[in-house]
Design a protein around this ligand. Structure first.
Ligand SMILES: C[S@@+](CC[C@H](N)C(=O)[O-])C[C@H]1O[C@@H](n2cnc3c(N)ncnc32)[C@H](O)[C@@H]1O
Length: 264
């Protein structure tokens, strides 16, 4: 019988430290077994004998680094997450300037958030918008670009949007639905690490939801500084419901629960 391959505490700490440096994501000590289970697949795929060999491989191979980041970060997301924020969006769109709107779904995972924003704007009669969806996971971005989701995910989408923007697959595509082309064309998915400077500086709206929770306070402040710089004056920042920012430091005003306005 083959000896069992285990991730030692020292190896876990080395991988956790590497992930923190790359992404800002903190892995608590309780995650050791989770890391072992998720990375075991990569050991097998690469026919590596143990985690020491895997760690060496990880550090030397850029492709493996992308895969490991994808496996070790949490991508849970769904359409119209925190529905009340989409109600605020729907209401605020009526007061937004009559020029093309730029929206950023930062840490968008597989794109459900970006499509929820696009559906809300389109149904409000604003088709003059662009959404940028960014994430550190390349696999998530590929799925976002495709704009196809399992039919079960549609349960979260209100009927009015389903009828207008979601197309059920038939035949070999049964069990999936596709977002309307008019929305796919308005969303660009790009790789971006939140630890680095933001991709543009003129967003009217930024959604940065359910990602700050994985960072420590220093990283949160650094990310928020980048984000605030990218927001236009009077622009709105949407955070996850469990997340807050220090207002006095950032030039933000609390607008609604979880929503902030940039003030000069
Ligand atoms: C839980 S999902 C949140 C998705 C969506 N915003 C939502 O609220 O449903 C968190 C996402 O943050 C991404 N992420 C983690 N660290 C990141 C970083 N440093 N830069 C960019 N994205 C990151 C992960 O890949 C993951 O897809």
């Amino acid at each position: 019988m083959e000896p069992e391959v285990r991730l030692s505490t020292a190896e876990f700490k080395a991988i956790a430290e590497w992930l923190y440096r790359q992404t800002g994501v903190l892995l608590s000590d309780q995650k050791q077994i989770m890391v072992q289970t998720r990375l075991m697949r990569r050991l097998k795929a690469r026919s590596l004998p143990n985690f020491a060999a895997y760690t060496r491989y990880l550090l030397s191979d850029p492709g493996e680094r992308e895969l490991a980041i994808d496996l070790l970060t949490t991508h849970e997301t769904f359409f119209f997450r925190d529905t009340h924020q989409f109600k605020i969006l729907e209401e605020q769109v009526q007061h937004m300037p009559m020029r093309p709107l730029a929206i950023w779904s930062a840490a968008c995972s597989t794109g459900e958030e970006a499509y929820s924003i696009a559906m809300t704007l389109a149904l409000s009669g604003r088709m003059d918008f662009r959404v940028l969806g960014t994430d550190i996971s390349l696999d998530c971005l590929t799925r976002g670009r495709l704009g196809e989701y399992p039919i079960e995910a549609s349960a979260r989408i209100p009927e009015v949007y389903l009828k207008k923007f979601c197309w059920k697959g038939v035949g070999p595509r049964q069990g999936i639905f596709r977002m309307d082309r008019s929305l796919i064309e308005r969303i660009r998915f790009e790789h971006h690490n939140l630890l680095t400077a933001s991709p543009a500086a003129d967003f009217d709206l930024i959604f940065l939801r359910n990602v700050l929770i994985y960072f420590d306070e220093g990283t949160r402040q650094r990310v928020i500084r980048h984000i605030v710089r990218s927001l236009r004056n009077n622009g709105l920042l949407f955070l996850g419901t469990a997340e807050t920012v220090r207002l006095e430091v950032n030039g933000l005003q609390s607008f609604r629960p979880g929503v902030y306005r940039k003030v000069s």
